[in-house]
Ligand binder design. Sequence first.
Ligand SMILES: Cc1ncc(C[n+]2csc(CCOP(=O)(O)OP(=O)(O)O)c2C)c(N)n1
Ligand SMILES: [Mg+2]
Length: 605
Amino acid sequence: MSSNRSDSAKARPASGGSLSTFDRPVPAGVNAAGFGSDVVADALRATDISYIALNPGASYRGLHDSLVNYLGNERPQLLLCLHEESAVAIAHGYAKVTGKAMAAAVHSNVGLMHATMAIFNVWCDRMPMVVLGATGPVDAVKRRPWIDWIHTARDQGALVRGYTKWDDQPASPLAAREAVLRANWIANTAPRGPTYVNLDAEMQESKLTDAVPPIEAARFMPPVENVPAPGPIRQAADILRNAKRPVILAGRVSRDLDAWKSRIALAEAVNARVATDLKVAAAFPTHHPLHVGSPGTIGMTSQAIDAIREADAILSLDWVDVAGTLKSVFGATVPSARIVQVSVDHYLHNGWSMDYQGLPPVDVFIDCEPDVAVPALLAALSPQGSQTTTAHKKEFPKLTDDKLTVDHLADALRRAVGDRPTSLTHVSLSWNGASWAFNHPLDYLGSDGGGGVGGGPGISVGAALALRGSGRLPVAVCGDGDFLMGVTALWTAAHYRIPLLIVVANNHSFFNDELHQERMARMRNRPVENRWVGQRISEPDIDLAAMARAQGAQGFGPVNSIADLQPTFEKAIAAVESGAIAVVDVRVEPGYTAAMTAVMTRKSE
Ligand SMILES: Cc1ncc(C[n+]2csc(CCOP(=O)(O)OP(=O)(O)O)c2C)c(N)n1
Ligand SMILES: [Mg+2]
């Protein structure tokens, strides 16, 4: 396992920009910690957390005051959000770019309840985050009538304990300081994940009676450095060296460019074919000659399936679902290929959520992160130089249909973007992985992690925040259902001037579930024509561009014709480059890729 801090520093290509001119409080003249929550605020500053995305609440009014009037709303700075789900999603997107925890603050009980799905997304995506919560006074005598009682729970952390790495409800300011440092340390240490600190209102608001002894905070968040054991590295290198048809499943890896290059060098050294996945961020150049097929979210391309079927060795670099992938290729038969798994994910598995997936057969297990294992494997193989000479492929889907499809959307978007460095911060379920080339670890940031629809807009705002000043154009492609659930995250982007382009692949439907109804109908010999009932978002049509404008973004569309796509995207990109948030509503024909449709509509299962 590699270091939490040195890794995240390496993986942090963008400054995250500075929002320091926004929401400036008048100077309060406070220069010494006087209350419990001042100690918590000092601890948050010591963790180097830049921002706290929040929706406010009386349960943490003490901390809120400390952040504004004691720390002056800087390091960390508050980012107001209209919903707790977007507060957490914004911190999620920020972590996807930087590899480092941001914080989200949510009100007692109800705020945390709003936040839960987004926290689950963070957990499944293995992203670091510190979630700060609060509770009405634990001491019942101190509670205000009614409201403090409904907003106090005996064990609030139980709401999120199944999908956080650690939680605590510290009883004193010093214990709270320790909890904040520990929460940050645990969240940022691989396998990464969200942590939750619940701050008692009375503890926050209490006057300090004794001076707080200073501490050197960094000493309480030591970098965790693990190196792979030499034995498994040697065995894995032997397997790869002797394999005739090795396959690498490139899964959860960092945004570090050197690590990206190492993976290319490894694939080329053993002439391995490489599969990637849209569930996680870019892990390998999709147009490299060794990349098989194109990445998808559900269902693999036939080229990837064939490569895995023919493989005599499979190296999983923390692939999200090795067992499920093998099952989809071999059914119940256990493959004879030698399987090497590189992962630290097992340290996180618990009994609440099954996001750990099936148990795969593994011949050699390398207990560290892929970023550390790959250079070690390369060193053990000592390759004699690159074996690959073929040029990169430059193929994108052929456009035959005269109706406007998501492939047309992608084609026009690609042309409008041109050679600008671009980060896809999110893609819709209807996105075709073949329609975009990933050539850099920041070219694609992966999916929502937990399959929680509504995360796309917030995650994209957080990613765009982290990409400010990097010279990269943040572009999100959201489904209409996803956009509608998360649209108010745009207000935060507008308020803090975080430029971002969101393209809505608007098929007027929760289309994913139309396919599920189609499958049900097929299995039961009932009319598939009815699959749209209870799914279609029309009559009335929702004016998505107007919803964007209502949040302070620029709204474009609806775009109904193929010819209008590229010019509209060009205008929207110009708006983003002048500092705006732009949303383009594109009315697309419903449909998914052939691979995904095949998996979703087959008659069995
Ligand atoms: C919070 C949540 N509610 C419901 C679902 C079930 N669900 C999965 S995909 C989907 C449809 C999403 O619609 P949209 O974003 O428009 O994408 P489309 O399938 O239409 O391309 C739904 C409702 C979910 N995954 N998460
Ligand atoms: Mg839709």
